[in-house]
Design a protein around this ligand. Structure first.
Ligand code: FES
Length: 89
């Protein structure tokens, strides 16, 4: 088994996430702090099923979703992703 030395970031590219900002998040090379690019491994993934439990009262439960080191985060955008990943290192 291959050993991972970088934390994994999964960017959901299921339909709900893709049309609500996930497509922009795939351009992470353009907006992330370069230091973060070296510390994390990024991959697009199919629907994480979180979009099926959207709660209008909870902005965090809205697409697009990203999973960082196994933890789900909603309502993602470029600034928020930079901050969350910076907090991880
Ligand atoms: S499309 Fe992203 S969680 Fe379903």
């Amino acid at each position: 088994m291959k050993k991972r030395d970088k934390l994994l970031v999964k960017i959901c590219v299921g339909t709900s996430c893709f049309v609500q900002g996930g497509a922009d998040l795939l351009l992470y090379n353009d907006f992330l702090n370069p230091e973060l690019l070296d510390r994390f491994e990024f991959e697009g993934c199919s629907c994480l099923e979180a979009c099926k439990a959207v709660n209008d009262a909870d902005v965090e439960s809205k697409p697009p979703f990203v999973m960082i080191n196994g933890k789900l985060h909603g309502n993602m955008n470029s600034d928020k992703l930079n901050k969350l990943l910076s907090d991880e290192i």
